[in-house]
Design a protein around this ligand. Sequence first.
Ligand code: AMP
Length: 214
Amino acid sequence: MNIILIGPPGAGKGTQAKRLVAERGMVQLSTGDMLREAKDSGTEMGQRVAEVMSKGALVTDEIVIGLIAEKLDSLGDAGAIFDGFPRTLAQADALDALLQKRGTPIAHVIEVRVNDEALVARISGRFSCASCGEVYHDVTRPTRQPGICDVCGSTEFTRRADDNEESLRARLMSYYKQTSPLLGYYHAKGQLSVVDGMGEMDIVAQQISAVLDH
Ligand code: AMP
């Protein structure tokens, strides 16, 4: 089963996607993660991507569609969680076409809905384990032992370069201008479900499971 998680930056899409990977053996396809890898690769494309991302703007459709097409080729039979993709109507069309070719359409599009005011606080305290990617928060979800990852024991952590208030405002603007029209599109196709992303992580996960098991 293929699903899309859609919501503004900081809504918790990545966290929920990781749970679905652990609990259901699905595969997380995060274009944000793919682009951060490209950025770190030091290639010319990586440098261009880094510049766009640091401004909180969207990378071109051509680049992200290319990344997703490549990943889908090596996906096998596991269900995919599209996290942060599609973000434009052109990307949504391209995804439909790619999945139609594979005979595995989107089963559910889940909007993780949150209040904008909560996002600044969520994003500005966010950090993750450099080794396993587990996501933490300075205030709401610190590591159990200071400086040690709960999951893998690593002592290295990273903070995203675009997790600051200025970039967040631009990322929110991109979301409302370019991505939120997708909600109407998927609603019209009868694929959209909404979950309340303001609750505890476990409660949000339960709501998502209810949609998938419906
Ligand atoms: P994310 O990790 O999903 O918050 O994405 C981080 C940044 O990567 C975004 O602010 C964009 O600059 C870029 N990005 C991620 N996914 C896409 C996409 N589907 N289309 C365009 N740009 C993207």
